[in-house]
Design a protein around this ligand. Structure first.
Ligand code: KG4
Ligand code: ZN
Length: 332
């Protein structure tokens, strides 16, 4: 069946058509209207500007997604839409648009959780991947371990208690004057630095699967500011490299206990930060120690997109999940 999917939880307006069936996970189109350049002027996502930009983009990208896929609305079997978590004004744009289309064309409407969507990006990249498995979602808003029991059921078994890892990459990148958002630029810069140059405090919280990134973020920003105030030379590459190693080591340190807690032998990475080359390499190495298989989405499906919403929407549809005209969005 063809699934038309929408995503507008933050600063990407996205629409896709996927063809899903047993043994079939095909992307027919994947259209993303990014607002990155607009928000770059402010150094972060401005919620009201994001909502307005979603409104401007959504009809156009829907036409485009259907045209690229070569599929008409009459052939769509279900409409999937992210209804949370995210920026409320941003979410409401796609929720309302999807709702109108669904009711006008009498197509079943399926609400999708954004986090489950990120995990589902892996079903597209790895055609044979099936739950159960251990998932690690690392994005601009989340850093959590999940016991993924089935395609639609998951349990959070550990999480950051404050900032998300992506948020730290972005804030530190901003303080160092890197391109917005900082994550990708930090990834490249970290390859040129000495990862042992600076000792930063670990975000790992002992004896639990929880993490805390706010202390690390403050320590790195203080280090940058103090070095500058003293008139000493700041090696941004060493900062990026040492910070990244601290994050990767902390996440790695949780993999073994998360695997033994769940009893699984598969680790699935997801979310925008899953594009990070150091994190991917570190988790792959850690999985090797435990004889676990490692999965991550292809780079174009790591960040926010509608393909992942279509993939998850398909499994929610099979599970009987439907929304009616009262569907709302939830921010957290
Ligand atoms: O999943 P996502 O697109 O949006 C949320 O749901 O939050 O994640 C965006 C985050 C941003 O913080 C961005 O800087 C980060 O993912 N990111 C990266 C990389 N690419 C994107 N962080 C580290 N390394 C990267 N290569
Ligand atoms: Zn996301």
């Amino acid at each position: 069946m063809y699934i038309l999917a929408f995503e507008s939880s933050c600063d990407e307006t996205a629409c896709s058509v996927c063809e899903m069936a047993e043994g079939k996970r095909i992307v027919k189109s994947n259209i993303i209207a990014s607002q990155v350049d607009t928000h770059a002027l402010y150094g972060g996502v401005v919620p009201e500007i994001a909502s307005r930009a979603h409104i401007e983009a959504i009809s156009k990208i829907t036409y485009e997604a259907l045209e690229v896929a070569g599929v008409s609305l009459d052939e769509i079997g279900a409409i999937a839409v992210t209804n949370g978590p995210g920026l409320i004004g941003a979410l409401l744009v796609a929720v309302n648009f999807a709702k109108s289309l669904a009711f006008a064309y009498k197509i079943p409407l399926v609400p999708v959780d954004h986090i489950k969507g990120h995990i589902a990006a892996n079903y597209i990249t790895h055609k044979d991947l099936e739950p159960p498995f251990l998932a690690l979602v690392v994005s601009g808003g989340h850093t959590s371990f999940f016991d993924v029991k089935s395609y639609t059921e998951l349990e959070e078994i550990g999480s950051t208690l404050d900032d998300a890892a992506g948020e730290c990459f972005d804030k530190i990148g901003r303080v160092m004057g890197l391109d917005y958002p900082g994550g990708h630029a930090m990834d490249l810069l970290a390859r040129e630095g000495d990862k042992g140059a600076i000792k930063f405090p670990s975000p790992s919280i002992n004896d639990s699967l929880n993490l805390s990134f706010s202390g690390l973020k403050t320590a790195v920003i203080n280090y940058i500011n103090t070095t500058r105030q003293r008139g000493e030379e700041l090696s941004c590459a060493d900062v990026a490299s040492s910070f990244t190693k601290t994050v990767v080591d902390a996440i790695r340190s949780k993999i073994g206990s998360a695997l033994s807690k769940t009893g699984y032998d598969k680790v699935v990475l997801a979310g925008g930060v899953s594009a990070n080359s150091h994190l991917r390499a570190g988790i792959l190495e850690e999985c090797g120690k435990f004889g676990a298989e490692f999965y991550a989405p292809e780079l174009c499906l790591c960040g926010d997109n509608a393909v992942m919403i279509g993939a998850q929407g398909y499994y929610e549809f099979l599970d009987g999940k439907r929304a009616d005209e009262s569907l709302n969005a939830y921010p957290s």
